[in-house]
Ligand binder design. Structure first.
Ligand code: ACO
Length: 369
């Protein structure tokens, strides 16, 4: 047997699947099913975009209505799940709570078809995000108002506040940017799980686990904490110098694909400016800008979506530990698109490894080691 092909570390630059869902490119372009992200941001809404990602084309009016109604009908969380979430220790990370709840849904809805399970997990991840900090803290569950749309309903339940039209519009755009991003780490994880023919809840639970790390979805929370610590634009240059000297990555910067700019971050920077100008204080934007300038000067590393999603969420009043759960509530639609694409043309994903351990060792009895 010939030696297996040796893929580069982190599978960088390796195509591991054919996919018609989305494509990001180093020059800063991103398309969902052929539509540029800028085009969708200007004309579409969240549900339309989620439908497009899942089904490969924009919905007709009646299809969109049926999709929205289907999501609304599936949103309520079963009592048992609320109980499980409430039973977790106060102070649990909300994303861990969300992961536990998603896994529990898998056992509660085991008898449903995979198509039903996919719709259920897509619909329930928003309510899980809104409740994953409240319930372990002993607060009562919140439910989205009916008939307000996925994004507006989620924003209201996350913050308990009413928002301006601009704020709701911006939040919806951020959700649309989080919904899908070709073979990012969590979507690849979902495809690996799907390739074993495990169910959609198992795949989504694994997706959340993969998203949780600070190199992936966890970066939006970490970016906000960094911004709050720095406070002042003048702190950017010494901070970046210190991080580089220590060999640490600066949260919210860099991307496997985008080398010039992340189109989602660029759009979000504009939205952040609009939000802050409406509030009459653009200090946070000036701090972001100072960090961006320093990172470019030092190594031409552009900010990614998480860097600008974080201050937007902060300005909208979303609690910081809920930033990554919000990412998951949106990305689950992309995960399910990957789940469906994988099982439609499946072969179990089972790569090889180059063995670097010892061989030929002889067993030594426990008392003689
Ligand atoms: N800070 C400092 N240096 C960086 C950063 C950063 N944030 N990102 C990349 N670099 C450096 C690398 O060290 C590497 O330097 P070298 O060539 O001298 O070794 C060079 O830039 C190229 O790095 P890549 O190979 O492009 O990085 P990789 O693809 O392996 O990792 C990742 C991408 C994980 C996003 C990385 O940039 C990082 O850790 N960023 C910070 C965490 C973060 O913001 N994650 C969110 C990702 S976006 C999302 O999930 C929506």
């Amino acid at each position: 047997m010939s030696a297996p092909f040796r893929a580069p570390k982190g599978l960088a630059g390796v195509s591991v699947a054919d996919s018609a869902i989305a494509k990001s490119e180093p020059d800063g372009t991103l398309v969902y099913r052929g539509y540029a992200i800028e085009e969708l941001a200007e004309h579409a809404g969240f549900e339309e975009t989620a439908y497009l990602v899942l089904n490969g084309r924009l919905p007709r009016r009646e299809e969109l209505r049926a999709f929205e109604e289907g999501l609304a009908a599936q949103m309520p969380l079963p009592e048992k799940v609320l109980e499980i979430m409430s039973g977790l220790p106060k102070g649990s990370h909300p994303l861990d709570v969300m992961m536990t709840a998603t896994s529990a849904l898998g056992s509660l809805e085991e008898s449903r078809t995979h198509a039903e399970q996919m719709e259920s997990v897509e619909a329930k991840m928003g309510p899980l995000a809104a409740n994953c900090q409240r319930l372990p803290s002993g607060q009562a569950p919140v439910r989205p108002k009916r008939g307000v749309g996925f994004a507006a309903g989620l924003l209201q339940t996350l913050t308990g506040q009413e928002h301006t039209e601009l704020e709701a519009w911006v939040f919806e755009r951020v959700l649309m940017f989080y919904v899908e991003h070709d073979l990012n780490a969590s979507s690849f994880t979902v495809r690996v799980v799907a390739s074993t023919l495990a169910d959609p809840f198992a795949a989504a639970t694994a997706g959340i686990a993969s998203l949780s790390g600070p190199l992936h979805g966890g970066a939006n929370e970490a970016a906000m904490r960094m911004l709050l610590e720095l406070k002042d634009p003048g702190a950017a240059a010494p901070f970046v110098a210190k991080e580089f000297a220590a060999g640490r990555k600066v949260t919210g910067f860099g991307h496997r694909v985008y080398k010039k700019f992340d189109p989602r971050a660029r759009l979000c920077k504009g939205y952040l400016g609009e939000l802050l100008r409406a509030k009459g204080d653009d200090g946070l934007l000036r701090l972001c800008d100072a960090l961006e300038t320093e990172m470019w000067k030092r190594k031409e590393i552009p900010p990614n979506l998480d860097f600008y999603a974080a201050p937007i969420f902060y300005t909208l009043g979303i609690p910081i530990p809920l930033y990554t759960p919000v990412f998951a509530a949106s990305r689950v639609f992309g995960w399910m698109a990957h789940y469906a694409e994988q099982v439609a043309d499946n072969r179990i994903i089972r790569p090889d490894a180059t063995y670097t351990g010892p061989t030929g060792l002889k067993y030594v009895k426990i008392g003689e080691r």
